[in-house]
Design a protein around this ligand. Sequence first.
Ligand code: UDX
Length: 436
Amino acid sequence: MKIAMVGSGYVGLVSGACFADFGHDVVCIDKDQSKIDALHDGIMPIYEPGLDALVETNVASGRLSFTTNLAEGIKGASAIFIAVGTPSRRGDGHADLSFVHAVAREVGETLSNDAVIVTKSTVPVGTGDEVERILQSSGTPHKFSVVSNPEFLREGAAIGDFKRPDRIVIGAEDDFGRDVMRAVYRPLFLNESPLLITSRRSSELIKYAANAFLATKITFINEMADLCEKVGANVQDVSRGIGMDNRIGSKFLHAGPGYGGSCFPKDTLALLKTAEDYDSPIRIVEAVVKTNESRKRAMGRKVIEALGGSDAARGKKVALLGLTFKPNTDDMRDSPAIAIAQTLTDGGVSVSAYDPEGMELARPIMPEVTMCQDPYSAIEGADAIAIVTEWDAFRALDLARVKELAKSPVLVDLRNIYQPDDVRSFGFTYHSIGRA
Ligand code: UDX
């Protein structure tokens, strides 16, 4: 089957390469000439483990190609995926659908065969209806069906998530849409990945509900962690204790500095906008958004406390280990590190940092931070070290060397990757999350 993927960003590229790997014939389309040129040269626009090799094999086998020409790219495709960005609209938090609508218009004008148009971009409820209206108004003579098929890919684990999904959600309104989508996902379906077929609107909402629920779970355990610190309990034990209840589940219960990334912050806001539009408030998600936002700066204040409070902190130096919103990505979007660094510099603290992949993107966002070549050079002369992202490279630091290099042995572990007793045995003052 021929598949066209309009938008060769994170989602489009991973999905396109995986579909090609299943044996489909895939064309990835993007307006950005430099991105397409780079892809032709085997250079990935994002850092995602395994993606370059997957792209290389499938390009070599002739099943995956790239173009900027949408009309050419969609020719003969039975399924045309829209995988363009839906950023938060400046000012109001609504998802900006202008890219999705523009693609729908261009597809309508250039369609040369019957096809199913699939929105993979995360789009608010009712967007499928609007895409359908746009296609209808183009006057295309070809049969089409508009389907919703949200992605649930985690950055850093996206290929595994695509190939071994917990579920595939398809929102379709007719048999044409359902049948083509079953054929698209047949390789996974044969592998017994559950296929959930719903109405288009339910499918659109599932994506937002899933992300809002996960964001709630994280925020819940983060607030529990704060309480643990006050009452002398251990949040990791509390997490385990509640997670062993199958109804709760153990995942997404790691307390930390707050969630970030390209999805949770933007999607929770967009869900609240939809709720507002339909006069159906989701107060729990409103609280999640506010709590997570204030948590990031609170983490900066936690580091200042570890330096002895705001007066003592002025003029001191902190080393941040990890800047990306989570490990195995170079993505800095809404990373807690940004607010933490800002809070520190606002408090007169100088900040050095090291991140295995994120420094290039971090540099323009946090110009006041000195980027270093490795964790140890960031730590040199620091009055405190804060672990912000749980990269594997920080899990087994040479603590004796760290102690020697740092001015004072103060470690603030915002991801709980160390055992308090181990760290203290090296003579550190150790602060973590939710562990008295
Ligand atoms: C998320 C969803 O998991 C994915 O299904 C969706 O399609 C896109 O959004 P992603 O943004 O890549 O994926 O990251 P994820 O691994 O979910 O983590 C999001 C944030 O939550 C990170 O900042 C992470 O550090 C934080 N987090 C996650 C926690 O603080 N605690 C946890 O237990 C889990």
